[in-house]
Write a protein that binds this ligand. Structure first.
Ligand code: FES
Length: 113
């Protein structure tokens, strides 16, 4: 079956946030060990508080493979990766990217394989 020319998106944007938690002594590190959990809890609450649930999907995900760069989230369809370090950083991403349709440039991380 061929892919259709265009699919109707379920959401305007979909945020995937890495929730993998490894022990702090693990050599790969993890987003969880870098403080992801309270950031993602806050992000989920903000999406709800802003009334964005219909427009923005929010999914906790497993490891993206860039563990030492965490905590990481990626927003589609743009495919922009962010590395928020604080609640204020999460708020800035919500205001800029999810509400303002623009990059929160200070939190963007460029990853390479
Ligand atoms: S633990 Fe988050 S990218 Fe691997």
């Amino acid at each position: 079956m061929e892919l259709p020319e265009e699919l109707t998106p379920l959401y305007k944007r979909h945020v995937f946030a890495c929730a993998t938690q490894r022990p702090t002594t693990h050599p790969r590190g993890s987003c969880g060990a870098s403080g992801a959990q309270p950031l993602w809890e806050h992000l989920g609450k903000r999406i709800g508080a802003e009334g964005l649930q219909q427009a923005v999907g929010f999914t906790l995900a497993g490891c993206f493979g860039f563990c030492s760069a965490g905590p990481l989230l990626v927003i589609y369809p743009e495919g922009v990766w962010y590395r928020p370090q604080s609640i204020a950083d999460v708020d800035a991403i919500v205001e800029a990217h999810l509400k303002g349709d623009r990059l929160e440039a200070e939190q963007v991380v460029v990853l390479s394989r």
